[in-house]
Design a protein around this ligand. Structure first.
Ligand SMILES: C[S@@+](CC[C@H](N)C(=O)[O-])C[C@H]1O[C@@H](n2cnc3c(N)ncnc32)[C@H](O)[C@@H]1O
Length: 280
């Protein structure tokens, strides 16, 4: 069926989710794919119909520039999901879920409960595309259409989230868009909602976000209306901070994590990687 251009987020942070869907669609077409996301192409087709040609070309250029690292990152989070489930997490919360389809594509058991948090405008686009594709989650899935700057913790609990059960929290690119204090508030909220054994992964990027593709990404997100704003994050002392608020942490370098995936890739600064945190 040809997709229609309803509610496409053509600017604003929700638009960045389309770029990641472009990357997942491209990966899924490869014979040597690291994962298969059968719905990514539906999102891409629906989104393209809402963009003008010039902005779509810019989005595709950015997706090309981010492809190599981002697609490896998707696979690493898939692996982290399974590991968390193996360690007893039956609840998963995606912060800034975007056009993620793990509830549909990973064959997760019925008793796994996935909560997807993102902005209302993102779900206004996402849900109709999934419905038209006849997508059916294999596990329990609940959509929380709310800004992470609001009281999303309360909404989560009101929607069946159980703070007494271990949870796997996933941030795959959303905390880069908020200022540090707001990001830390998000993490303080999820910390309060985390039973012992809960897991959280924080990316540490030793990259200069004032150069390379980053300024163009910010220009595109702002609809070329605002001057580029530096990305947020959780601060350089994030591991120490997490330890202080109740998490045990372990750093895994990007180079070590991607080596077993066998995809030729340029090594990154050894300070880039993931801080794996487990709630005490
Ligand atoms: C780069 S995309 C990544 C999406 C998804 N995690 C993935 O990997 O495909 C960032 C996502 O964060 C969401 N986001 C950014 N700021 C947000 C906020 N304040 N509240 C909720 N979601 C937000 C955007 O709408 C977008 O879907």
């Amino acid at each position: 069926m040809t997709e229609t251009a309803a509610n496409v987020p053509v600017a604003g942070v929700a638009m960045t989710a389309i770029g990641v869907a472009v990357i997942r669609a491209r990966e899924s077409r490869r014979e040597d794919r690291l994962y298969d996301d059968p719905f990514a192409k539906n999102f891409v087709e629906a989104a393209r119909a809402g963009f003008d040609a010039e902005r779509w070309a810019r989005l595709e250029t950015l997706a090309d520039q981010f492809y190599e690292g981002r697609t490896l990152g998707v696979r690493l989070v898939d692996d982290r999901f399974r590991e968390a489930i193996d360690h007893g997490c039956r609840q998963i919360v995606l912060l800034g879920a975007g056009l993620d389809t793990r509830a549909f594509r990973m064959d997760l058991p019925r008793d796994i409960r996935i909560f997807e948090i993102d902005l209302p405008e993102l779900f206004a686009f996402k849900e109709p595309v999934l419905a038209r594709a006849g997508a059916d989650p294999t596990c329990h899935r609940r959509v929380i259409a709310q800004d992470l700057r609001e009281d999303w913790g309360k909404t989560l609990v009101n929607n069946g989230f159980r703070p007494d059960q271990p949870t796997c929290w996933v941030d795959e690119g959303s905390l880069g868009y908020l200022p540090l204090e707001e990001n830390r508030r998000v993490v303080l909220t999820l910390t309060e909602l985390s039973a012992p054994g809960s897991r959280f992964g924080v990316g540490r990027f030793a990259v200069d976000t004032t150069s390379g593709p980053y300024p163009e990404l910010r220009r595109l997100v702002s609809g070329d209306a605002e001057p580029p704003r530096p990305a947020g994050g959780l601060g350089d002392d994030v591991a120490e901070w997490l330890e202080a608020i109740g998490w045990n942490t372990e750093f895994h370098s990007w180079n070590d994590m991607v080596a077993p995936l066998g995809r030729p890739t340029a090594p990154l600064d050894p300070g880039t990687g993931n801080i794996a945190a487990v709630r005490r």
